[in-house]
Design a protein around this ligand. Structure first.
Ligand code: BTN
Length: 258
């Protein structure tokens, strides 16, 4: 492990060759009192975690795997807005990065925080919150971005659902340089969203939200719910129009059609 201080980034950045999960390392550091913006970056994860206890493919040299400790002064109900803010920062970063190449990409968001290009997932976000006396003590924001995967690098079952910057642009990306670049953008974007109390987050999020007014299926606690995706509410929760009226979904996995 190496520790470097980046001038454009206000927090400590711990670079590891390999960890089980950067989220786990960052949570441990947060529990030991690590300051805001402390970041954990790994070249490889042996047990990268996704939402719903899934694994996150984390082969060396293929992707960005990092987690950042935040200590936001927010209510527990506002943590979801950090989730949406992170998705926006990642989407803006990826579009900015590819602006200069031959095949720039357009990024859409599948509620709450899947980052998609051409309807395939290019990045995933996993937030984990630590509480103290029912208040938010820290939020670990874990981000995985597929940079250099070829289609064959993904397991069979993900092949038609996943993509990478390499697959979209035909260009290989330097992982450490892109990571450093991302951390600066993450700081700038997230700092702005937090310090404005998420003033523009919902408007910006709605501009990128996919499947609006389309029929979707949301799996909530293992039960599928079918309806029309209408909007997100002020807390960033999903509004689903069903035969029984509008349902407000706080957590679930969106699928299309079904
Ligand atoms: C998802 O879409 O299911 C979320 C995936 C989050 C993956 C990242 S990679 C860095 C950080 N460490 C982890 O173990 N998970 C997150």
């Amino acid at each position: 492990m190496q520790e470097r201080k980046k001038s454009e980034y206000p927090g400590r950045v711990y670079w590891y060759k390999q960890v089980e999960s950067t989220n786990t390392t960052a949570r441990n550091l947060a529990g030991q009192g690590a300051g805001e913006w402390t970041a954990v970056v790994a070249f490889q994860q042996t047990a990268g975690r996704g939402r719903y206890r899934r694994r996150w493919l984390s082969s060396p040299g293929k992707g960005i795997y990092l987690s950042v400790v935040l200590r936001p002064r927010v209510q527990p109900t506002e943590v979801n807005l950090i989730n949406l803010s992170t998705a926006l920062v990642v989407a803006d970063f990826l579009e900015k990065l590819t602006n200069a190449v031959e095949n720039p990409i357009t990024v859409g968001l599948k509620w709450p925080n899947d980052v998609l290009v051409n309807h395939r997932k290019i990045a995933g976000i996993l937030l984990e919150t630590g509480y103290r006396q029912q208040q938010v003590d820290f939020v670990v924001v874990g981000i995985g971005i597929n940079l250099n995967h070829a289609e064959a690098d993904f397991p069979e079952e993900l092949r038609h659902q996943a993509t990478s910057l390499f697959m979209e642009t035909g260009k290989e990306w330097d992982v450490p340089a892109t990571t450093t670049n991302f951390l600066s953008d993450f700081y700038r974007g997230m700092h702005r969203y937090l310090s404005t109390r998420f003033a523009h987050v919902l408007d910006l999020y709605r501009q990128r939200l996919l499947f609006r007014n389309e029929t979707i299926q949301v799996v909530v606690n293992n039960s599928p719910l079918k309806g029309i995706l209408k909007d997100v509410d002020e807390q960033g929760f999903l509004l689903l129009q069903t035969d029984h009226g509008i349902l407000r979904i706080t957590s679930g996995e969106v699928g299309v059609g079904g």
